[in-house]
Each structure stands twice: as C-alpha cells, then as structure tokens.
Design a binder for this molecule. Structure first.
Ligand code: PGA
Length: 241
C-alpha cells in the first residue's frame, strides 16, 4: 500500500485562491511516485480542483456530507453529488465537526453508512481531547468512537481509511510523538476485524513528517495548516523515511 498524504484545507481558500494553490501543487508534485495524494478543499472549490487535477495523480475529497441522497435538507450536501463531481474520498467525523458542530457518534455512523453505499471512501476521524489523555482515557474514547461510528458496518471497515487525530494536536503546533501516535494506531488496529490504513493527523509539518512516517504503524498523514502552503505540503508528500 502506498503511503497516503491528505490535505484538509478546512474553511480556507476561495475559488481563485484554490486554483492558484492547486496549480502550484501540480508543479511541485508532478514527479512524485508511490504516494497517494488527496486534496480536501471546501465545497465551493471542489469543481475547480476536480477539473485541474483530472489528469494528475492527485485525488479529491470532501470535508463532510449528509447521509440522505437528496431531498428537503436545506444547506446540506449529498454524497451522490460529491461522487458525480469526481470525489473519491470524504472526511467523516473530523474533530471540528464533533466539537464545534456537535456531531455525535450516531450521526457519524449514518454518514459512514451512506458513504459506503455511494462508494465514497470515508476518512473516518477519531481522537481524544487533552483532558481525556491526561485522565488516561485515550483507549476508552477511541474504543467508543470506533464502536459507535462503525455500528453494523465493522465488517466493511477495509473500505475506509481511519485517521487518528488527537484533538490536542490539531492546529496547536503540539504533535503527538511518533511513538505516541504509533501506540494508538496499533491499538486502533487491534480493535478492528480487518486490515485498514490508519493516518495520523495533528500539526504535521515538513519538520516532523519524516519521523512520523518512519513508524510502520503510520500509513500516512492528514494535514491541515501545512497543506495551505504549496511548498510545505509538497515537502510532506515527499517525506523521507
Ligand atoms: P492541523 O490540522 O494539521 O492544522 O493540526 C489537522 C486536521 O485537522 O486534519
């Protein structure tokens, strides 16, 4: 399996800025082999990024989706639309959606089920808060998130990607050490019935990606802030083990 590097732009980059960023990324990563590169822009930039990356090795993902295919759900986006736009991936259960938008494990479970039916590959995010880690509850929290998120679909987990994103490391500049991440990745794997790629996310930068990716347990990275600058994202894609 090739290592996977995914860039989550969050609510950044309007359509004009998105075009410029992708054009630079295409130049900087044109020579990359043996890496899966996924870009996850805001909805408003998906079609532009889809058009620009069509003939490249860069794949497209969305940051969220609704679980119904269509209907009276004002302001929501159907996974079917994402698929027809050229998305192969969708982020589900990102900690910002859990903590700011109030998404529960039950909502996440509905979205994971819908994505499976549509044939989108979910990047299913889990991770503990700082307090939960301090209280020694990391494994308990991850177990709950996996169990409830994957209710009725655990036998299909090999069609998804899991992202371990400790909440205390997201956007804070505090990265989990490679050992801390590898420990939780091994734990996640031990809880699942099937082989699955597990990405690490949380302040991944050009200067820590090599050490993180030297851990066998870490199959790739989900990058936030550092994916907004073409040079730093390209350097992360081109990590050295
Ligand atoms: P960060 O975000 O790299 O800015 O910490 C990671 C994420 O939220 O996926």
């Amino acid at each position: 399996m090739n290592p996977i590097i995914a860039g989550n732009w969050k609510m950044n980059k309007d359509p004009v800025e998105s075009r410029a960023l992708v054009q630079q990324l295409l130049e900087l990563t044109g020579d990359v082999k043996n890496r899966e590169i996924i870009i996850i822009p805001p909805f408003t930039s998906l079609s532009i990024v889809a058009e620009l990356t069509r003939t490249s090795r860069i794949k497209l993902g969305a940051q969220n989706m609704y679980w119904e295919r269509s209907g009276a759900y004002t302001g929501e986006i159907s996974g079917v639309f994402l698929k027809s736009l050229g998305c192969d991936y969708v982020l589900i259960g990102h900690s910002e959606r859990r903590h700011i938008m109030g998404e529960t494990d039950e909502i996440i479970n509905k979205k994971l089920k819908a994505a499976l039916e549509i044939g989108l590959i979910s990047i299913f995010c889990c991770g503990e808060t700082e307090k939960e880690r301090e209280d020694g509850r990391t494994e308990e929290v991850i177990t709950r998130q996996l169990q409830h998120g994957l209710k009725d679909i655990e036998d299909q987990v090999h069609k998804m990607i899991i992202a371990y994103e400790p909440v205390w490391a997201i956007g804070t500049g505090k990265t989990a050490t490679p050992q801390q991440a590898a420990e939780v990745h091994a734990f996640i794997r031990s809880r699942l019935q099937k082989q699955v790629a597990v990405l690490y996310g949380g302040s991944v930068k050009p200067d820590n990606v090599d050490a993180l990716m030297s851990e066998n347990e870490i199959n790739g990275c989900l990058v936030g802030g550092a994916s907004l600058k073409p040079e730093s994202f390209a350097r992360i894609v081109k990590f050295n083990r």
